[in-house]
Design a protein around this ligand. Structure first.
Ligand SMILES: Nc1ncnc2c1ncn2[C@@H]1O[C@H](COP(=O)(O)OP(=O)(O)OP(=O)(O)O)[C@@H](O)[C@H]1O
Length: 489
């Protein structure tokens, strides 16, 4: 497509030549997949507008080949400073992605605000040019506007270790696409352990293999918000049709909708409709579906019907791996960065809360070191991160202890917390209560509450009993020692 209103320097030969140069620069495979479908629409005031088949293609091309395209423009005609992509088909409302905005954000290492605005489902109502219809379409678009994907959350940037290897393997498998094998795939685990990262990585992978796929990623809170909005605007039919026509639905933090009666019902219907049509669903939550409070069993058992995988708290090796990978990424842009021996090991040891805190600490260190132009030494680390280090002074949570003990004795968390009194559950439960008392600052009533609402006298009894057992039973003493070490790691 070539617009006559463009600067007169442009002609189809020029565009052909530029594409040919790009073919050499990006290779045949990339060329066929990404560059060949591009068309030059116009060049005006130093801005080249290229049409792309989908929003995603625009974002992908911008991120991966934007600089090369600008270079080629520069080599042939020096008058283009910026690229703008617009979607050529009426499938989605035209989205303009400005090369310079996206580039700036990518450089700053933050989630790009122009990251995928996934297209509307194919069957979304199409509308003509009338003002009313356009309003309607805009409304529908807003209703399904998925949350943006973080361009940094890819499989390449995900560090795999023992605590997350199963979740990672499951994510990889689902990212291959095709007929869903695990449906839904449900990730669960504590805060900041990489659930969202894996979901985004799957989305990027699926979308790059098939740019036309309608992938909708959003949080359960956003789902609820849209649902309420649709109810209010009397647009429930549209809401249903939009959500039931996605190819891949990803919902983060599903525990949020538990107990919100009509939202969870609607979610359940959407879920069933998609599963029935073999559409992939990927969910995440802070705990396994059957442990989500206030979620009816009917729903939680459906959510458990695919593959439920746990992301365990990070261990020292994984934290160190993540730190090293972040340093490598940062060093690629700032080759002068120097990190003294022992600093990363120190951080991996001291900051064990969650990866988000670890990342934040490192980002602060990088910023500080580059501002003052100094090497990152142990001394600078301790000065600069004094508050983070204080806050991270090993605070072990009741949940962590419960998980660790449940795993050690090979029982389910729900059985440890649940009402059953058989010895195979009761003993680990007492041990976990004992460790909660010894390793956290929680009171007996607080601990009892977290063990299925038990009374503080039950906790008191457990502590006394385990104290006795430690003397009488060498196996229990060994178990406790092992558990303590695992929790303190
Ligand atoms: N294994 C990993 N490798 C690299 N980065 C990771 C890894 N795990 C987590 N991160 C990073 O840590 C940060 C927090 O991860 P993420 O948002 O995916 O956590 P989450 O489990 O979804 O947490 P929440 O429950 O709070 O939503 C992100 O920046 C993510 O990229």
């Amino acid at each position: 497509m070539y617009s006559r209103g463009s600067e007169n320097l442009m002609d189809t030969d020029f565009w052909g030549e530029l594409k040919n140069n790009l073919r050499k620069a990006v290779g045949e495979h990339n060329f066929t997949a990404w560059i060949a479908p591009l068309e030059l629409d116009r060049v005006k005031d130093g801005v080249a507008t290229l049409t792309v088949p989908t929003n995603y293609a625009g974002i992908y091309v911008e991120r991966n080949f934007g600089d090369q395209i600008l270079n080629e423009f520069g080599a042939l005609r020096g008058n283009v400073r910026r690229l703008v992509f617009s979607v050529s088909k009426p499938k989605a409302a035209p989205v303009q992605i400005s090369r310079s905005e996206a580039g700036d954000n990518a450089q700053a290492g933050v989630a790009s605000p122009v990251a995928p605005r996934q297209s509307l489902p194919q069957s979304a109502p199409r509308h003509g040019a009338s003002g009313g219809d356009q309003d309607m379409r805009a409304k529908l678009e807003r209703m399904l506007q998925p949350a943006p994907l973080d361009p940094n959350s890819t499989f390449d940037s995900f560090v795999v270790g023992k605590p997350n290897e199963l979740a990672h393997a499951a994510a990889r498998r689902v990212a291959r696409g095709g007929k869903p094998e695990f449906n839904p795939l449900f990730f669960y685990g504590g805060v900041g352990l990489g659930k969202t990262h894996l979901m985004h990585a799957i989305a990027w992978e699926l979308q790059s293999a098939n740019p036309d796929l309608n992938i909708v990623y959003l949080s359960a809170e956003q789902f609820m918000y849209r649902f309420v909005q649709a109810l209010r605007d009397k647009k429930m039919m549209d809401f249903k049709s939009l959500f039931r026509n996605v190819d891949v639905l990803m919902v983060d933090d599903v525990q949020f909708i538990a107990g919100k009666d009509s939202t969870q019902e609607e979610f359940f219907h959407t879920f069933n409709a998609l599963i029935e049509h073999n559409k992939q669903i990927i969910l995440s939550g802070e705990c396994a579906p059957n442990e989500i409070k206030n979620l009816p069993v009917r729903i939680s058992s459906r959510l458990s019907s695919g593959l439920v995988v746990d992301l365990h708290p990070t261990d020292y090796e994984l934290r160190l791996g993540i730190l090293q990978s972040k340093v490598d990424t940062f060093r690629a842009k700032h080759p002068d960065l120097e990190v003294a021996d022992g600093v990363l090991e120190f951080l991996a040891h001291r900051i064990s809360t969650n990866v988000r805190v670890l990342e934040g600490a490192l980002t602060r260190l990088f910023a500080f070191a580059s501002l003052v132009g100094r090497q990152i030494t142990m001394e600078l680390t301790q000065d600069c991160l004094a508050d983070v280090l204080r806050a991270s002074d090993r605070k072990i949570s009741i949940e962590e202890i419960q998980r660790c003990v449940a795993e050690h004795y090979n029982i389910r968390l729900s059985d440890m917390i649940g009402p059953k009194r058989v010895r195979s559950f009761a003993r680990p439960r007492q041990i976990a209560m004992y460790l909660c008392k010894k390793m956290t600052s929680r009171s007996l009533p607080e601990i009892g509450k977290r063990f299925g609402g038990r009374d503080h006298t039950t906790v008191m009894h457990a502590v006394k009993r385990v104290d006795e057992l430690m003397v009488q039973d060498a196996q229990i003493a060994d178990d406790l020692e092992l558990l303590r070490r695992a929790l303190e790691a």
